[in-house]
Design a protein around this ligand. Structure first.
Ligand code: TRP
Length: 337
């Protein structure tokens, strides 16, 4: 990957080190990232600093960070073609976050719906980090002259704020930051929760509601057997009236390429149980190779360390250029080490 290729778009995304990525993440985002790896310059950052806004067990956080990197590679992201790294390994993220904090209004941060939600859910720990979380996210993005940020609905407001901060900063100091746009993948589908198919599949909901990329085959089968459907008994694509069945059909479609019409006629007169079994088979078939690859990479500590180190080095080199420009523009005294 050429680190300064003018013609390619730069994409940045941050991934929480939860250690869990869902089938929804796989279908909705990760697979399209793999397709993008030759077309764009991509940075994928495991956002361990963001994770600290809620209490973490140190050993678990450490493990999940490397597991998340391993999982990104297991789905097919090549560490040569993409810059894969941990946020805490590039101190410029925290540094720029401070500087941008001085360009962010309390009023803006108070309006962030995720902050309001999280403050409610973690009422005993409404820390300043939770509040300034979107500023760090803006720093993540703006450090790398990012053109495009793949974000789900829940992060649109944060991205909007990052844009506002960039524009505000540029208005004062001249064009320093690229103003990023949201990236909506061309392929992929929205995968809904198995237990409440009117909601998007999310790892923050109960475990039975999502399929994790690392779920064992019997777990996948059990979860899908319990998938919420309806009482009409017909396998028919109708997201409005039959969200559960339609969700199962679209998972099958995305994983096997079989059209809705074909699925409907093949399942005419057959029950939902058979549909669920087939969806489970398709999930197991799609996820098994990813799981095998994950185990292989996870066991190769030296390789993982190498990926982390070179990712951090490449990201730092890019971030360093932005930081020296920012320092200069803002009037921080120059120095040479
Ligand atoms: N806040 C994002 C989330 O919870 C993660 C994130 C951190 C991110 N920094 C980012 C996403 C920069 C995109 C760009 O999912």
């Amino acid at each position: 990957m050429q680190e300064q290729n003018e013609s390619k778009k730069r994409i940045f995304s941050g991934i929480q080190p939860s250690g869990i990525l869902t089938l929804g993440n796989y279908i909705g985002a990760l697979r399209s990232w793999v397709q993008l790896q030759d077309e764009a310059e991509n940075l994928y950052c495991v956002v361990d600093l963001h994770a600290l806004t809620v209490r973490q067990d140190p050993a678990t956080l450490r493990r999940r960070c490397t597991d998340t990197l391993a999982l990104l590679m297991a789905v097919g992201l090549d560490p040569q073609k993409n810059i894969l790294f941990c946020q805490s390994h590039v101190p410029a993220h925290s540094e720029l976050s401070w500087l941008l904090g001085c360009f962010t209004y309390i009023g803006e941060l108070s309006r962030m719906t995720q902050f309001k939600d999280k403050a409610q859910r973690h009422a005993d720990n409404i820390n300043a980090g939770l509040y300034t979380y979107p500023v760090l996210m803006a720093a993540d993005i703006l450090l790398y002259n990012t053109d495009l940020v793949p974000v789900g609905d829940d992060q649109k407001q944060h991205l909007e704020l990052a844009r506002d901060i960039a524009i505000r900063f540029n208005n004062v100091y001249g064009p320093v930051f690229t103003v990023p746009d949201a990236y909506i993948p061309k392929i992929g589908a929205r995968v809904m929760s198995i237990t409440d198919p009117t909601r998007k599949m999310s790892k923050s909901d109960e475990e039975a509601s999502y399929i994790a990329i690392l779920d064992e085959p019997d777990v996948i089968r059990r979860k899908l057997r319990r998938a919420v459907t309806d009482s009409d008994g017909q396998v028919r694509y109708d997201p409005e009236n039959k969200p559960g069945v339609s969700n199962l059909m679209s998972i099958l479609y995305v994983l096997t390429g079989e059209s809705f019409d074909a699925i409907e006629s093949r399942f005419a007169g057959r029950g939902y149980g058979e549909l669920k079994n087939e969806v489970a088979d398709a999930c197991v078939a799609a996820l098994s190779p990813v799981q095998a690859e994950f185990k292989r990479i996870q066991a190769d500590k030296a390789f993982l360390e190498g990926v982390m180190r070179s990712g951090a080095e490449r990201a730092s080199a890019l971030a360093g250029r932005t930081m020296s420009k920012v320092h200069r523009k803002m009037g921080l005294a120059p120095y040479k080490l």
